[in-house]
Design a protein around this ligand. Structure first.
Ligand code: HPA
Length: 284
């Protein structure tokens, strides 16, 4: 089987395997980034399915990504939570890392919440901040790594999908209100996805800042691209796990451990934010 171009048949096989293991009919998808998996513990009446038991699903290979699908109830909504995700740098194709989003679409998910751990590029950001993603820069897509490459899946969406409003404005407004009610500052900005796995050089960071990025990570954009192609509504939040280093004379390093550690600060805020938005979710 090709790792690059999947068809409806493969999405259906995965969707059928999931249907056989849960009584829920989720309409909301949630993808949890590095260090954010504890959020899935909030899901009530949960059915958990390891990714390894779902046909065609990619399996996470890194610490901090648990690798199961948790389906149940959260803040009055029926949700399907990817507890962990896979990335292009793990060796999977763009199409395979985004296959779970296609399967969500087949299962009837109309709204997707994507989260990630990201390095703060904007000088006002601090570790532990949440950043509402208002837009993204698909620099790896510009260079050719787009999950929509290959035969277009017409039943999901058009060959040339619009990306002028990838992150739903109404959901952003609700998120701002919820954060203000909860009493924390919700940063906002543009997320830039690189392929990884090496972190950026200081010169990379200065380049990304000049290009208009506020935060940098190694995920999210492929999933959002596939979600929007299929007409799924999206809200995205980055947990700022570290401040990216843009001055080579700074005596600091970026480590995966600091990314996971910041997750512990970010998780309670993110839980509050997501639950608040889910409670007030407008119909599609
Ligand atoms: N760079 C890229 N990806 C990341 C970072 C970073 O500094 N922090 C968390 N994910």
């Amino acid at each position: 089987m090709s790792d690059e171009f999947f068809t409806r048949k493969e999405f259906d096989e995965a969707a059928d395997a999931i249907r056989n293991r849960t009584r829920h009919h989720p309409q909301i998808g949630l993808i949890l980034g590095s260090g954010l998996s504890p959020l899935a513990d909030e899901v009530g009446k949960a059915d958990a399915i390891p990714f390894s038991e779902i046909p065609h699903f990619p399996v996470s290979t890194i610490e901090g990504h648990m690798g199961s699908l948790v389906i149940g109830e959260l803040a009055g909504q029926s949700v399907m939570v990817m507890q962990g995700r896979t990335h292009y740098y793990e060796g999977y194709s763009m199409q395979r890392i985004t296959l779970p989003v296609r399967v969500m679409q087949v299962l009837g998910v109309h709204t997707l919440f994507v989260t990630n751990a990201a390095g703060g590029i904007n000088l006002r950001f601090q570790p532990g901040d949440l950043m509402l993603i208002t837009d993204h820069i698909n620099i790896i897509g510009m260079a050719g790594l787009n999950p929509l490459r290959g035969p277009n899946l017409d039943e999901f969406g058009p060959r040339f999908p619009d990306m002028s409003c990838a992150y739903d404005r109404a959901l952003q407004m609700i998120a701002r209100r919820v954060a203000s009610d909860l009493g924390f500052t919700l940063q906002e900005g543009v997320y830039m996805c690189l392929a990884g796995p090496s972190f950026e050089t200081p010169a990379d960071i200065r380049f990304l800042r000049a290009a208009g990025a506020d935060a940098v990570g190694m995920s999210t954009v492929p999933e959002v691209t596939v979600a929007r192609h299929g007409g799924t509504r999206v809200m995205g939040v980055s947990g700022i796990s570290n401040v990216a280093i843009s001055d080579p004379s700074e005596d600091r390093e970026t480590t995966h451990e600091e990314v996971l550690e910041a997750g512990r600060i970010i998780v309670p805020r993110l839980i509050g934010l997501l639950k608040g938005v889910l409670r007030d979710l407008p119909p599609v």
